[in-house]
Design a protein around this ligand. Sequence first.
Ligand SMILES: C[S@@+](CC[C@H](N)C(=O)[O-])C[C@H]1O[C@@H](n2cnc3c(N)ncnc32)[C@H](O)[C@@H]1O
Length: 217
Amino acid sequence: MAHASLKVFDNLPAKERWFCRARLELAPLERVAEQASGNDLLDVGCGHGVLAALLLHGHPERRVVGIDPDVRKIEWANASVGKNANAEFHAVTIEELASRRPASFDCVIIADVLCLIAREVWPPFLDAARKLLRPGGRLLLKDAENDGSWRATKALWQERLMVHVLRRTVSTGGIGFATREELVGFLERAGLVVDDITSYARGYTAPHVLLTAHARE
Ligand SMILES: C[S@@+](CC[C@H](N)C(=O)[O-])C[C@H]1O[C@@H](n2cnc3c(N)ncnc32)[C@H](O)[C@@H]1O
């Protein structure tokens, strides 16, 4: 049975509804949402807002901001979960948001976005994510890891299909998965301390991994 949080997408066209449902089945977004803490949450690369809907489900005290460069997706998000007064979605970059609203979020979540961004842009991107955290805030980085498995190969081809053939996903500079060690290195160089790394590959066809971090004092 579909997760109750998906109900907010019922008014979208069938293709978009199907896409939202597929996101929830293909990625452990419920596990990611369980790790979120605090009331002010930022969903970076929010897409249609599937994770934002999960974060708000059963949490009327929370406020969620979602950002994404894909204007089409921000429109779908605003037409669905964005009707919740506690949700707002904007087509702005993370750097723009960090300069406008620094230290504003208890939790910054980046789910399946880094793999779509050119590596040279990761440092300013992650630096902006750290700047957006309030003191004591938590960063959740969910991506697929390059663990050399069949899952990594399959996930890479799936992303290429979504970006280049179906044109459902916007890539800002490249498609590729980093190893777990590379992900930790990038987070540390952005002034973050990694508290936990959990694999969610089992039961999925992609090598999902979730890193939890906080800003270095
Ligand atoms: C695979 S989707 C994941 C969507 C959502 N986070 C989720 O888990 O359902 C990747 C998203 O990253 C967005 N994206 C691509 N480049 C980005 C960037 N530089 N900054 C923020 N989001 C970006 C895409 O537009 C797309 O919506």
